[in-house]
Design a protein around this ligand. Structure first.
Ligand SMILES: Nc1ncnc2c1ncn2[C@@H]1O[C@H](COP(=O)(O)OP(=O)(O)OP(=O)(O)O)[C@@H](O)[C@H]1O
Length: 661
């Protein structure tokens, strides 16, 4: 499934040297960064190192440094994680200003930061007197002041790192979780946070390291009181004036701590993405740390309308669909319970927008939606009972197939053990029960599709939306999954909408085909009717027919593409119509045919492609639009057809179906 390149992207091709004008400054930069470190190592008095580091004032400063830096990390997580989420996910006025404010402490000289903190929280600052009078809290010359200073300078590292990770996580996973019934808070804790865990860990490590090394803001705001605000960096500064060897030893300790953090990060901060990063399925071996489960948040959303908890084989509840769409999509949809509707249309026709409007996920179109007897229009996505299977399934990569499938029932308040039993039953029904304990990265595309269908059905939705469910599968898997889909949609008591570009899928799975164009319904009929009387050239071509629009005149149809087509059906002169010619109705000859057909054109073979056991031949002509004929390989061989062969085509007037437009 995963493409493995032999050479890391961006690595140098063998034998190519980097230009010296770039290599020399780069080496100088490395030297500039390395020499001070070498200086510390060279000047360390190794014999006295133990003595310097075990002095009471040093161990006290170390204790204080750890205390202050971990408090600063805790505060940063508490405040910075929600801020990063807000910046990444919510559009609000002044967002750019807030982002600049977050960045400011990273570029501000720390001493200036300290002065600013004094002016805000100092004894004569804006909030200082109030803090003192109300809580008896004096931040300067107090450990809490050192914590505040360290948080001020370190929190931006967490916010920026996490915001980047969140921006890289496509919202599809979170939207799918909502469609399974999870509230926004539940989605945040069970999907968003686990999926950005590497970015969060990297940001947290950097934040801690920055807080540990904080000096300028602390000394300016909180002072340099041994045992209260004198952290290790402040002690280094003092020792440098009195005892340079001891200062070097303490510097080495700080250096070792900082290096340990960087080694642990292994380049995550600098953009080298970890394997199985935020938006990719996790690698099978990613098992470090407590595995997040679907049970992280245990608040059931009892108000959600979906009926969960029944047996997969139990008689389904019945939900009719009525939707009035406005905005980009303008149409009304009505469907009886159990109807499967294929939604087709050219690119940009509004298929995805239609699904997202039904989910309540887009401002581009609005759906007044009634499911069964309930009007769900004003409900948020997680309470509508509308389940969505996006194109690639969007299985949560950090959860097993079982936990993925139990996610919906859990979100609806079903107890853990029961939810897992139910999930197992759904997986069994879809023939993937044996994969229950595998992560999404460990199953094939077809198996993943079945798991995501099981996950959607396990929420007992009132409306099921499938976005190109078979698009990513190969032909063999496609027909197997199509069969599975047909079996399970047969027992589904709600309405199912399937977006597809595949005519076979549309005809074989759907009771009705809804053809969209520019957000409007061009046709909404049974597959046989759409095939017989397609109401747009696009849908006729999608179903494999030749479709020529034209204007009726006395002797036939004046084709928009040039030429005249003789038809058998009577036409009212001047009306617009679509002539539909099945490829099997087109005859191909090497000589001009004599006799009955009245539509005869000379042409040239442009392309021959296989279509099942027959061949489709594309023929271009100066006297008519391009025409597709379907013939047997034997006939093609007898006619000696290859690209560029000159031929004659003929179509009987009685074989032309005319659809008024
Ligand atoms: N976020 C968006 N902002 C602005 N326009 C958008 C946005 N998403 C889609 N559109 C536009 O809305 C129209 C409908 O898009 P939509 O994605 O619903 O089409 P579609 O039928 O699903 O197309 P496709 O078959 O290519 O997936 C298109 O013109 C598209 O360019």
């Amino acid at each position: 499934m995963r493409h493995l390149s032999k050479r890391a992207p961006g690595s140098r091709a063998p034998g190519r040297r980097p230009p010296l004008t770039l290599a020399i400054p780069a080496l100088l930069a490395v030297a500039l960064l390395t020499l001070p470190l070498i200086g510390v190592l060279a000047r360390t008095s190794w014999g006295d190192l133990g003595g310097h580091l075990t002095r009471p004032e040093t161990t006290e400063a170390l204790r204080l440094s750890l205390l202050v830096s971990f408090w600063a990390l805790g505060l940063s997580l508490l405040l910075g994680v929600p801020l990063a989420w807000l910046l990444a996910r919510v559009d609000f006025p002044g967002k750019a200003v807030v982002r600049s404010l977050v960045l400011l402490p990273m570029v501000l000289p720390p001493t200036v930061g300290g002065v600013a903190l004094l002016l805000a929280f100092g004894r004569r600052g804006l909030l200082g007197p109030w803090l003192e009078d109300t809580f008896g809290l004096t931040l300067p010359f107090h450990t809490s002041g050192a914590v505040l200073a360290a948080t001020f300078v370190a929190m931006p590292f967490l916010v920026i790192s996490l915001e980047g990770a969140l921006a890289g996580l496509r919202p599809r996973y979170e939207e799918t979780a909502a469609s399974l019934g999870a509230s926004p808070l539940r989605v945040f804790f069970t999907v968003t946070l686990p999926m950005v865990a590497p970015g969060l860990a990297a940001g947290a490590a950097l934040t801690w390291a920055r807080a540990l090394g904080e000096f300028g803001a602390t000394i300016t705001f909180a002072g340099n009181l041994p045992g209260t605000t004198q952290t290790l960096p402040l002690q280094v500064y003092l020792l440098l004036q009195e005892e340079p060897e001891a200062a070097t030893s303490v510097s080495l300790l700080l250096l070792a701590l900082a290096m340990a953090v960087l080694v642990a990060l292994r380049g995550r901060w600098t953009g080298a993405p970890p394997r199985g990063g935020a938006d990719r399925p996790s690698s099978p071996s990613r098992a470090a740390g407590p595995e997040p489960t679907e049970d992280t948040v245990d608040t059931p959303d009892a108000a959600a309308p979906s009926a969960t908890g029944g047996e997969p084989g139990a008689p389904p509840e019945r939900w009719a669909l009525h939707a009035d769409l406005t905005g980009f999509n303008q149409l009304t949809l009505d469907a009886e319970p159990g109807t499967t509707l294929a939604v087709v249309g050219p690119n940009g026709a509004g298929k995805t927008t239609l699904l997202r409007a039904l989910l309540g996920l887009t401002p581009r179109a609005h759906a007044a939606l009634r499911l069964g007897g309930t009007d769900v229009t004003s409900l948020p996505p997680h309470r509508r009972g509308v389940a969505w299977v996006p194109q690639d399934g969007a299985l949560f990569p950090h959860l097993t197939a079982l936990a993925n499938t139990a996610y919906g029932p859990r979100a609806h308040g079903v107890r853990r053990a029961e939810a897992r039993r139910e999930a197992q039953r759904w997986l069994d029904q879809l023939g993937v029960g044996h994969l229950a304990h595998r992560k999404p990265a460990q199953v094939s595309g077809g198996q993943a599709q079945r798991v995501s269908l099981a996950r959607a059905l396990a929420t007992r939705p009132r409306l099921l939306l499938l976005d190109e469910p078979l698009a990513a599968l190969d032909q063999t898997t496609r027909s197997r999954v199509r069969h599975t889909l047909r079996t399970h949609l047969g027992g589904f008591g709600g309405v199912c909408l399937i977006v597809t570009h595949d005519p076979v899928e549309a005809v074989s799975l759907a009771d009705r085909i809804l053809v969209l164009d520019e957000g409007r319904a061009v046709q909404d009929s049974a597959p046989a009717e759409v095939a017989r009387h397609p109401r747009s050239p696009w849908v006729a071509r999608m179903l494999g027919s030749n479709a020529w629009p034209g204007t009726a005149r006395d002797d036939g149809l004046a084709l928009h593409g040039g030429g005249v087509l003789i038809v058998a059906d009577p036409l009212s002169t001047g009306s617009e119509a679509l002539a539909v010619i099945a490829p099997e109705a087109v005859s191909v000859h090497r000589e001009r045919p004599a006799g009955s057909p009245r539509n005869v054109w000379p042409g040239t073979v442009r392309e021959i492609t296989a279509s099942g056991s027959r061949l489709r031949v594309l023929i271009a002509s100066e006297r008519a639009p391009d025409l597709v004929a379907e013939i047997t390989p034997q006939a093609a061989a007898e006619l000696g057809l290859t690209d560029g062969t000159s031929v004659w085509t003929s179509v009987k007037a009685t074989e032309v179906t005319v659809v008024p437009l």
